[in-house]
Design a protein around this ligand. Structure first.
Ligand code: NAD
Ligand code: DAU
Length: 339
């Protein structure tokens, strides 16, 4: 039987990078193609181990470059597409929204056209709970797959737009698709502009931690490897055309998250600095994962075991994040924060 070809877009980033490693190791009889533009958020140093393997391949390309993407799909005839590539940071979408539309909306449409042209077996679109907007603080309310889309940030609006295009290509052209909507991820190789790795790296350097507003906003945290297992399951078992929410019931306020990291590292809460709130800051996200659980998925990490593993990973892999925060990241940080 011919080897399956799996395209992973955004495989040099945080979640796509973890997914590429997971797939290369789990499926030696699949060829895994990592397609990435290597923006500020992408780096290949994380793939030193798998680069030696015959079933790993890298292609540098922009998903919004129609000619390059069309030619690549014609040449490789992928069986599966798992689409992670995106501009992913909400704060950057507030200061510079345009690239979010180009990459997240146009880029997705280019991939859909190329997938339709060669007739892929499955296109999995990796989306986010942020497309549903926000919940209030009533702990009995959750996002389900039927919750209406009400995105509040330019980032989530661009992701919701791409979700709608994916749905439309299924309804209009019969493209076999799934859409996954996951809650906040954390774990190894998380780019240190995001709350958890930003806090870990700054606490380790005895620097102030910027907490937006009163720190009471709630996010629902999932370890990245549990997300990878969910995508693998949906890719192989997801019912054609369906949406699956992904989350592990790990709601925490931002202040609880920051305090957990500070106490695990034995530092003082005086490092916390409350700063001006994010514009349009969503109050609370919380996922109902019942539909995915019915396919057989359940998370392996609790928040406590996952955050301990993640903190240890950042302690063991300083080289990786130090190289990131010493570069262009400094300019970003100085524009974003006055601490
Ligand atoms: P990330 O920012 O860490 O990585 C994005 C990757 O996409 C980078 O490697 C970047 O180089 C690449 N990329 C950006 N523009 C590109 C382009 N035009 N062409 C090709 N590659 C390009 O993002 P992440 O946190 O790993 O998120 C991955 C996906 O998962 C995104 O679609 C995001 O919306 C979704 N998601 C993220 C989370 C989360 O908590 N981080 C939760 C749910 C869903
Ligand atoms: O819910 C899924 C989403 O999670 C993904 O779709 C996004 O790609 C991903 O970036 C993430 O979005 P958030 O905005 O929730 O993540 P972030 O780490 O930026 O912020 C988490 C919370 O922490 C949020 O309430 C804002 C707050 N925050 C964030 C930063 C960077 C702070 O208080 N201070 C900070 O410096």
């Amino acid at each position: 039987m011919a080897r399956k070809k799996v395209l992973v877009t955004g495989g040099a980033g945080f979640i796509g990078g973890n997914f590429v490693q997971y797939m290369v190791n789990k499926y030696p009889d699949y060829d895994i193609y990592n397609l990435d533009l290597l923006t500020y958020a992408g780096d290949l140093t994380k793939h030193k181990e798998i680069e030696k393997k015959d079933n790993y391949h890298f292609v540098k390309a922009d998903i919004a470059d129609r000619d390059a993407i069309t030619a690549l799909f014609e040449k490789e005839q992928f069986d599966y597409v798992t689409h992670f590539a995106a501009e992913s940071h909400v704060d950057r979408s507030i200061t510079d929204p345009e690239i979010f539309v180009v990459t997240n909306v146009l880029g997705t449409q280019v991939l859909l056209d190329a997938s339709k042209a060669i007739g892929v077996t499955k296109f999995v679109h990796v989306s986010t709970d942020e497309v549903y907007g926000e919940l209030d603080f009533d702990p009995t309310t959750f996002f389900t797959e039927d919750t209406p889309l009400q995105p509040n940030s330019p980032y989530s609006a661009s992701k919701a737009s791409s979700d709608m295009l994916v749905r439309a290509y299924h309804e209009t052209f019969g493209l076999p698709i799934n859409i996954t909507r996951c809650s906040n991820n954390y774990g190894p190789y998380h780019f240190p502009e995001k709350l958890i790795p930003l806090t870990i790296s700054r606490v380790l350097n005895d620097q102030k931690i910027p907490v937006y507003g009163d720190g009471k906003n709630i996010r629902d945290w999932l370890h990245v490897l549990d997300h990878c297992a969910a995508i693998d399951l949906v890719l192989h078992e997801g019912a054609n055309g369906e949406v699956y929410n992904v989350g592990g019931h790990n709601e925490r306020t931002n202040l609880e998250v920051v305090k957990t990291i500070i106490s695990t590292l034995g530092k003082s809460e005086e490092l916390i600095e409350f700063v001006t709130d994010r514009l349009g800051h969503d109050k609370r996200y919380a996922i109902d994962p019942t539909k995915l659980e019915a396919l057989g998925w359940k998370p392996t990490y609790t928040f406590e075991s996952g955050i301990a593993q993640t903190i240890q990973w950042y302690l063991d892999n300083k080289e990786w994040w130090e190289q990131i925060i010493s570069g262009e990241y400094q300019n970003y940080f100085e524009k974003q924060y006055t601490l």
